[in-house]
Design a protein around this ligand. Structure first.
Ligand SMILES: Cc1cc2nc3c(=O)[nH]c(=O)nc-3n(C[C@H](O)[C@H](O)[C@H](O)COP(=O)(O)O)c2cc1C
Length: 207
């Protein structure tokens, strides 16, 4: 009887240790890159362990900001908004005209100091709305200002029908020495209910 009890005890202890180990062992980068089913806690551990992550975005009416906050709450790191030096008009028709003129003139509107240097990060999530079938021109200012060579850029955007409108390819052209991952586009009108969709996309990228 005593022998049976000690065998049961040994197996219980072995089981307890192996279960404990699978929960607390840090996920290595290589492991997280190959295992898309990692839990959130593990992938967060992997992404914050060693890699500096920035989420940077421009948003006029708030949809892209909501998207950015979903990303930041999942991947951690820092988050900053791109604020124009010269504020855009508040009224939709006015900003539509203004933005079209900026696009037609290939304008490079300036933005205020971000408070961080995006080049200091390894992974940069970059978000924007689609304006007139491309990025707002302030995003061209952004990509021309910083050199993301050897960094990873992950684009995201909101829109009302145009998807990414080819902007992920535009970013690849603007940052030829960066690794630009497949981005994600969400319709601005449904961003409020898109948190799980965004998290699924991030999980697919191992975040
Ligand atoms: C000036 C302007 C131009 C726009 N052009 C497009 C467009 O070409 N294609 C599109 O799908 N949506 C277009 N939209 C809709 C925005 O992309 C969409 O509402 C987006 O979610 C707004 O993001 P925000 O709230 O972060 O500013 C435009 C909106 C504005 C204000």
């Amino acid at each position: 009887m005593k022998k049976i009890l000690s065998i049961v005890l040994v197996f219980s202890l072995l089981f307890a240790f192996s279960a404990c180990g699978s929960k607390t062992q840090p996920t290595s980068q290589a492991q997280s890159e190959t295992d898309a089913t990692d839990t959130q806690a593990q992938t967060n551990e992997a992404s914050s362990g060693g890699k500096k992550i920035l989420t940077v975005y421009f948003s006029w009416s708030g949809n892209t900001e909501t998207f950015a906050n979903y990303i930041h709450s999942t991947v951690g790191g820092d988050i900053v908004r791109i604020n124009p030096v010269k504020a855009y008009p508040d009224n939709y028709n006015d900003v539509a005209d203004y933005a079209k003129e900026e696009r037609d003139n290939k304008a490079r509107p300036e933005f205020k100091d971000l408070g961080v240097n995006p080049e200091d990060y390894d992974v940069v999530f970059v978000g924007y709305p689609i304006w007139w079938y491309t990025m707002p021109m302030i995003m061209f200012t952004f990509f021309e200002k910083y050199d993301f060579s050897s960094k990873t850029i992950i684009p995201f955007n909101t829109h009302e029908g145009s998807g990414d409108s080819g902007t992920y390819d535009t970013i690849k052209e603007l940052e030829p020495n960066a690794t630009v991952l497949e981005g994600h586009a969400v319709s601005g009108g449904s961003i409020g209910s898109a948190e799980s969709e965004v998290k699924d996309w991030l999980a697919g990228l191992k975040y």
